[in-house]
Design a protein around this ligand. Structure first.
Ligand SMILES: [Mn+2]
Length: 304
């Protein structure tokens, strides 16, 4: 008798990873996390929402984007016991494999350090100088190392990820930033480092207009890195190091869709989802962000 195929009825709609338009890579790594843990479960929890909880129909496009895009999920196993360097090497290797097959790679963390794995892979095919990272976060993540708060200092901790990306040559535009150290301040204030920071909540300028942010992205290519703590904790409560006064939900959605409509999105990640016992808001929000980003990226397939 023929073996019954499992019916794929969610937004993740294929198991053929090598043929998918979009490969979601699950990187549940959290070894350098400094506060509340739990991001190791982030990818699986977001994927569950994508499998059977989110609405298929997109009211912006009046269409079912997932019917026009093949989307696969691949978890990168056994990385949480590794050193940051070894975990990153695994993420880079897996990313290269999927990029080489022509897929758009969307990384789900895990802590923010995992983003560097995909950014390193992308740097091998396109010059980093030609891709701007649009970085949504409460934190600058521009430390040189985490020795000011960790007993075992690392230069690949989550709080250092954008410093390492900057050193690779990526221009960076940061949005929603509302806490940083002196070391980070000095780094991003130096024009040589090509970092533009849109801080939230400084006197007289609580929120920056989206047009100003788009103007700051000088390259055609863009990579979007979303730390969910960039959003207000009322929107994304399930995260390790929350900071009050973040991005409002519809502002974030509009920033994503307008950026992707104007630019060429080459990769993306959503990190720092740490599922809570009493709230599912964060994983639902992350799943919706994923679907919104992918729908906009592939919208020419279902619009005139
Ligand atoms: Mn953060």
């Amino acid at each position: 008798m023929k073996k019954q195929q499992k019916v794929m009825c969610g937004i993740i709609n294929t198991k053929k990873i090598s043929e998918a338009d979009v490969v979601i890579l699950g990187a549940g790594y959290e070894k350098t996390a400094s506060s509340r843990k739990g991001t190791v479960n982030g990818p699986a929890t977001i994927v569950k929402c994508l499998e059977n909880k989110l609405e298929f129909f997109d009211r912006t496009f009046k269409s079912e984007p997932a019917e026009h895009i093949s989307i696969a999920y691949k978890n990168i196993p056994n990385i949480n016991t590794l050193s940051p360097e070894k975990a990153l090497a695994k993420i880079t290797g897996e990313s290269k494999k999927r990029l080489g097959g022509g897929a758009f790679v969307f990384l789900l963390g895990g802590e923010h350090s995992v983003s560097l794995g995909l950014l390193q892979a992308l740097a091998e095919t396109t010059k980093p100088e030609e891709t701007t990272i649009l970085h949504i976060d409460a934190h600058s993540d521009m430390r040189d190392d985490d020795s000011d708060y960790s007993a075992k200092p690392s230069r690949y901790a989550h709080s250092c990820v954008m410093r390492r990306a900057s050193e690779l040559g990526y221009p960076i535009v940061q949005v929603g930033i509302r806490t940083y150290s002196r070391d980070e301040y000095e780094y991003f204030s130096n024009p040589k480092n090509n970092v533009t920071v849109f801080e939230w909540g400084l006197a007289g300028k609580p929120v920056s207009p989206i047009t100003n942010i788009l103007r700051a992205i000088k390259t055609k290519n863009v990579y979007i890195s979303i730390d969910v703590d960039g959003f207000d904790p009322s929107v994304m409560p399930g995260t390790g190091t929350p900071v009050q006064g973040g991005l409002e939900w519809w502002y974030g959605i509009e920033l994503m869709t307008k950026t992707i409509a104007e630019k060429n999105l080459v990769g993306a990640d959503i990190v720092e989802v740490s599922p809570m016992r009493d709230s599912v808001l964060t994983e639902y929000g992350a799943a919706q962000l994923f679907y919104t980003i992918i729908a906009q990226k592939f919208s020419n397939r279902f619009t005139q």
